[in-house]
Design a protein around this ligand. Structure first.
Ligand code: MOS
Length: 748
């Protein structure tokens, strides 16, 4: 661990925010001692294995558990007739309890998607439970499922945003683009499977969960179980990632809880990789028509973005593909709409950068097509259409540096060497393709509470009911508290991942880091004030007014003294015979702004630019993403090491989005997601990873919080796929408008 500057230079102001410290939970993870959900084991614990339906549409005709129940070690086989009642979470507009698949498991005998759970077997061992689940006999009245991959509008779409006369100005525009872009179903594949370990103690559930939102999970699961929230505690100490798939509860959660209550034993349920493709969400299929109208010198005069996405039969999951379209460029006439088409698939959910990421594939691909048509450099086209205000909300931005992302990126990438003609750039016998795209993602805060304890043994504890999905929240919190108190992050214990802690933000929408700052700063201030007060009761400062004292560099000192002349706070607490002092902080978020529930005063977004080099070998039809440069404008970066890591991971994911990821449903047979394993569903690996360069612009966004930090979990994926598709066009002359880009698309 790095040492704090203050320890060597006495009067130098201690600062740890902005430093690339290694992850504080790294040693636990690399030594295998971090306890993930399915690592929890309890005496007498049973194993649950769900029985998924093998049709996608129809009804259950017969369900026979008799053979399964008689098998060795089997404790019970639960189904609609014997599990008891679950309740639907009522719809709520204010985001206070969220669940995407609203129908509780076993609610009726209707099957609406392949893999919908129809029973769950519980046994002494995993193998016995699996065997029993396999032995449950089902017959169905099967109907032909609708799992098509081409969408047609079913109902009037929702108008997301509009200004001016988009249709009229498009018709009269000198230059037009009118194309449809498709992104396929993508499935979240965190290496950690979804899991629940349910422990019922006779009055209360403790659920060890793979969740990105312990508090929401507590509220939603208690509502589904029909018990008060205080009877459900959710624990999620470490997550092997989630990508949005673990934001909200899924139906297996309450199956495990109910089984534990029925059998009065702890129950572990781990969703299989195959089931991960069925009943725990996915990014839906999107089909997006983009119409751009421009002047001959490349000024946008009209933008229309009409998107459709699929949802399940019962739920209206709206991907919101046009989220970024109203504010990314200046354009006087705009209209964006979203429509939902209901298919026999599991309920979709948020996946890294929901809305904007598939949306920008369409919009930024269309911008590249416009640049080609106009014979204007694609960077220059974006610069000509940059905007000072968010024209969608008609509000100024808190901080927008897209222009600088573009110019810095172009400079560092060497963009001026690009020759625009298709296939005109070559290196080492390979054809080079260079493409780029702009990126943006929301920047908001959620409500947050946090508590800080300063202890007489010199340690500090910070607690917050948020969680770390693997991105570095433990580390970030240690840095924030360290910064606020002038204490080395090594001495700070960070406690997360428990609904019993002060309510923290969900780990989604890239909002955690920004949300933590105000609550943590307030908690630190209150805790240090209490330490100052303790100092006035005895010892070197006794009898003095607490108002004359300061707390800095971990020391208490008089205002007329330097920190170095002060007394370490733990010595003050020891002298006062106080074992610890505690401070709580609480802050209100601004997230309701983007739900349209409150009126925002400013528009707050992150920005970025992606520059991509692909290599193309037509002789052997080999395409490779060779090099990616990402420039990110996301406020102040709390930790450049974990920050860079986030963006690098997102870029690698973007390579998968552009070239590989695609969940295929079997529309000839029973509607199953057929490539439901990591061999057939291809994600990009180390071997596919390009050389990645990440540049952070450093413009603190102090409207969002005192540190000026935004979030960076999602922005790194935005723009990668369209930049790759544009680079592929530059190399090959083939414009691929349907992801993933396949070799078949490129050979004639
Ligand atoms: Mo992210 S899709 O908000 O976990």
């Amino acid at each position: 661990m790095p040492t704090a500057q203050s320890e060597t230079a006495e009067n130098k102001v201690f600062s740890v925010v902005g430093r690339p410290i290694p992850r504080v939970d790294g040693p636990l993870k690399v030594s295998g001692t971090a306890t993930y959900t399915s690592d929890h084991n309890f005496p007498g614990m049973l194993y649950a294995v769900p029985v998924p339906s093998t049709i996608a549409k129809g009804t259950i005709a017969t369900l026979d558990t008799s053979a399964a129940e008689k098998m060795p070690g089997v404790r019970a086989v639960f189904h609609r007739q014997n599990i008891g009642r679950f309740f639907r979470v009522p719809p709520n507009a204010d985001f206070s309890i969220v669940i995407d698949e609203r129908r509780p498991p076993f609610e009726d005998d209707t099957i609406r998607y392949y893999g919908q759970y129809v029973a769950v077997a519980v046994a002494d061992s995993l193998e016995q439970a699996q065997a029993a689940a396999d032995a449950v006999k089902l017959t169905y009245r099967e109907e032909t499922p609708d799992v098509r991959s081409k969408l047609t509008q079913e109902q009037e779409p929702t108008v997301g945003s509009q200004r001016g006369d988009a249709a009229g100005t498009f018709n009269s525009a000198p230059v037009k683009i009118d194309e449809t872009y498709v992104t396929p179903v993508e499935t979240h594949n965190p290496i950690e499977l979804h899991a629940t370990v349910a422990v019922w103690d006779g009055t209360t559930f403790t659920l060890y969960e793979t969740t990105q939102a312990v508090k929401n999970h507590q509220l939603a699961v208690s509502a589904m179980l029909g018990v008060p929230p205080e009877k459900v505690r959710i624990v999620s100490r470490f997550l092997g990632s989630g990508f949005g798939g673990k934001l909200w509860p899924w139906t297996h959660d309450v199956l495990a809880a109910a089984a534990s209550r029925h059998l009065d034993r702890p129950v572990k349920l781990v969703v299989s990789r195959k089931m991960m493709f069925q009943a725990v969400g996915h990014r839906p299929l999107t089909q997006q028509r983009i119409r751009l109208g421009a002047t001959a010198n490349g000024k946008l005069v009209s933008t229309q973005h009409d998107s459709l996405n699929h949802s399940s039969i019962l739920d209206d999951y709206d991907e919101g593909c046009s989220e970024a379209t109203p504010h990314l460029y200046r354009c006087p006439n705009l209209r964006v709409t979203n429509g939902v088409v209901h298919l026999n698939v599991g309920t979709p959910t948020s996946m890294r950068g929901p809305g904007a990421v598939p949306g920008l594939f369409a919009l930024e691909s269309a911008m590249d097509e416009l640049a080609v048509k106009l014979d204007i450099d694609p960077v220059e086209l974006r610069l000509r259409n940059d905007t000072e205000i968010d024209e969608g909300l008609n509000l100024p931005f808190t901080s927008r540096h897209l222009k600088e992302c573009l110019t810095v990126g172009a400079e560092k990438f060497g963009w001026h060497q690009r020759t625009p003609a298709v296939g005109s750039m070559k290196k080492d016998g390979l054809i080079l393709g260079w493409g780029m795209a702009a990126a943006t993602w929301i920047a908001n805060r959620l409500d947050c509470k946090a508590t800080i304890d300063l202890k007489a043994d010199g340690s500090v504890r910070v607690a917050c009911g948020t969680q770390d999905i693997g991105t570095g929240t433990y580390t970030m919190l240690a840095q924030m508290v360290g910064e606020a108190l002038g204490i080395d992050p090594d001495k700070i214990e960070v406690v997360l991942g428990d609904s019993a802690l002060p309510t923290g933000p969900l780990s989604g929408g890239s909002m955690v880091t920004a949300s933590l700052v105000p609550a943590v700063l307030e908690a630190a201030k209150k805790a240090s004030q209490k330490a100052q007060f303790a100092a006035t009761t005895t010892g070197p400062f006794s009898g003095q007014s607490a108002a004359n004292l300061l707390f800095s560099n971990g020391r208490i000192h008089r205002k007329d003294q330097s920190p170095a002349e002060g007394v370490p706070y733990e010595q003050v607490l020891q002298a006062a015979k106080v074992s610890s002092v505690s401070g709580s902080g609480s802050s209100q978020g601004d997230f309701t702004d983007i739900l349209g529930l409150t009126k925002p005063k400013l528009s707050s977004h992150s920005f970025g630019a992606q520059f991509v080099e692909v290599t193309w070998q037509p002789e052997i039809a080999r395409l490779r993403v060779n090099r990616v440069l990402t420039v990110i404008d996301a406020g102040r970066i709390i930790n450049p090491r974990t920050g860079r890591n986030q963006i690098e991971g997102a870029v690698v994911m973007g390579v998968g989005m552009a070239l590989f990821e695609h969940t295929t449903y079997d529309d000839q047979h029973h509607g199953a997601p057929i490539n439901s394993n990591l061999a057939d569903y291809v994600v990009s690996t180390n071997a596919d990873a390009p050389e990645i360069d990440v540049v952070f612009l450093d413009y603190p966004d102090t409207h969002l919080n005192a540190f000026g930090a935004r979030g960076i979990g999602e922005i790194g994926l935005a723009g990668v796929a369209p930049a790759i598709a544009s680079a592929v066009y530059h190399a090959t002359g083939v414009r691929v408008r349907e992801l993933p880009i396949r070799i078949e698309d490129l050979i004639s």
